[in-house]
Design a protein around this ligand. Structure first.
Ligand code: 5RP
Length: 226
């Protein structure tokens, strides 16, 4: 599995061209990509503005010698040439479930900024139907129990607040509710219903965002375009 992640991360780093404005994803595969990119930067590759989708990725990028733009400032970049990120699930229509690392909101903002979004996964992430991986939803802590109850009433599924002894707090200061659908029959409908709910900051369904998927499997690397 690690070898597959490394292979796809190296392939993704090879897609980066000099001067590109880049979005760096989150999760273990994306961090391997950041390491591979760091090696190219150390070898002389120059980049345009680079933005990270989580504190963990920000820390890794800095350790690898990659300079980052500050996305909290008014003059932060508003567009990117390429974003490279992992995913928890990818279906045949390139719809994704993301947020296993609790970074879905920043990941979606960065993907929406990018002209081209490349998703890097090992073959286990390719699924016929989304939903086996519980769908992460980032919610505002205020009234989160009411938001959870609304989600449960809407979909008839019991949600789980992420965290062991205490709620996990995202980089944005929010909580994560995981919805164990098992099978999402209509991802567009679920996405639309969640987006209109009070208290929901963002959900982990990424629909119409991925342009390409790089998949590492036993037979080597596959590249699929939407
Ligand atoms: C983080 C994400 C990750 O991209 C996703 O969880 C995949 O992670 P990994 O590469 O570790 O399997 O969405 O919020």
């Amino acid at each position: 599995m690690l070898a597959a992640k490394r292979e796809v991360a190296e392939a993704a780093a090879a897609l980066v061209e000099p001067g590109m404005r880049l979005g760096l994803g989150s999760g273990s595969t994306a961090l391997l990509f950041v390491e591979a990119l760091g090696r190219r930067v150390a070898a002389g590759l120059t980049l345009g503005a680079v933005v990270a989708t989580s504190q963990a990725t920000e820390n890794k990028a800095r350790d690898c010698g990659i300079a980052l733009a500050d996305m909290m400032l008014a003059d932060a970049p508003t567009g990117l040439d390429l974003a490279i990120d992992g995913a928890d699930e990818v279906d045949p229509a390139f719809r994704l479930v993301k947020g296993g690392g609790a970074c879905l909101t920043r990941e979606k903002i960065v993907a929406a900024m990018a002209q081209r979004v490349v998703i890097i996964v090992d073959g286990t992430k390719m699924v016929e139907k989304l939903g086996r991986f519980a769908l992460p939803v980032e919610v505002v802590p205020f009234g989160y129990a009411a938001t959870a109850a609304r989600i449960e009433r809407t979909f008839g599924v019991e949600v789980v607040l992420r965290g062991d002894d205490a709620p996990l707090v995202t980089d944005n200061g929010n909580y994560i509710l995981d919805i164990p659908f098992g099978d999402i029959a209509d991802p567009e409908m679920v996405a639309a219903r969640l987006s209109e709910m009070a208290g929901v900051v963002e959900h982990g369904l990424f629909i119409g965002m991925a342009d390409e998927v790089l998949i590492a499997g036993e037979g080597g690397l596959t590249r699929r375009s939407a």
